[in-house]
Design a protein around this ligand. Structure first.
Ligand SMILES: C[S@@+](CC[C@H](N)C(=O)[O-])C[C@H]1O[C@@H](n2cnc3c(N)ncnc32)[C@H](O)[C@@H]1O
Length: 218
């Protein structure tokens, strides 16, 4: 077995990867453009190929109930909602009315607003207030990096057996792999170690976009 079997990403290879994900819809194009107008924060939006993966995961797992931590302008929420059956629901948590009002316009335009339950407030409190029954099919953690371990601990008991947990930015620009990561990269490295040691799940870190940890609850 090769010790090193990975493609080192270049702009040309990345363009090729993006082409394989197909084109964003008109609503997605508009949301990407509107988000870019926000300036630096736009880098928080997941790339389109990752949104395609999130939609596929909803369809493959047959998820009905999705919980997302970190809405921003709603690109990932939209990917979940569009893949859900009409009876499905995405509960999405954020603290920003400015960013989520942009999201709400896009969800409305895509005709999926009624599948989305936006909860404004600190995610730790929002999640703690959810019933403790294991009814969630899929979770996506994509908010403040120092909160990941706590969000994970609040969510694992609420996910059904066989359910899927996803966490974004688990490479953190590659800095999580530094010998002595700092700041958010250190928080992500601590999260990655926590997940690896968590006997409630089986997991893998997939090097798509900024790194996506995927875990199945045992
Ligand atoms: C990386 S962005 C989410 C990107 C989004 N998933 C997308 O695809 O466009 C992180 C979001 O987490 C939110 N956030 C940060 N700290 C939070 C907290 N304590 N509780 C809830 N949301 C928080 C921010 O307001 C921001 O919108």
């Amino acid at each position: 077995m090769n010790d090193f079997k990975a493609v080192v990403m270049t702009p040309q290879i990345y363009r090729y990867v993006r082409e394989q994900a197909g084109r964003p819809s008109a609503v997605q194009e508009k949301l990407i453009a509107r988000t870019l107008e926000l300036g630096d924060s736009a880098e928080m939006q997941i790339p389109h190929e990752q949104a395609v993966l999130l939609s596929l995961l909803v369809r493959i797992t047959g998820a009905q109930t999705v919980v997302e931590v970190g809405t921003y302008t709603g690109y990932s929420t939209l990917a979940f909602a569009q893949a859900l059956p009409p009876s499905g629901k995405v509960i999405t948590c954020d603290v920003s009315t400015e960013w989520t009002s942009i999201a709400e316009e896009a969800w409305q335009a895509a005709g999926v607003r009624d599948r989305i339950d936006l909860r404004l407030g600190a995610a730790a409190q929002t999640l703690a207030e959810m019933p403790e029954e294991p009814v969630i099919d899929l979770v996506f953690i994509d908010a403040d990096k120092v909160g990941y371990v706590h969000y994970w601990d609040l969510l694992v008991p609420r996910v059904r057996q066989g359910g899927l947990l996803l966490a974004d930015n688990t490479l953190y620009y590659g800095e999580a792999a530094d010998e002595q990561p700092e700041g958010n990269a250190a928080a992500i490295d601590a999260f990655n170690r926590f997940v690896l040691a968590d006997t409630r799940v089986e997991s893998v870190l997939v090097p798509i976009a900024d790194g996506l940890t995927m875990a199945r609850k045992k």
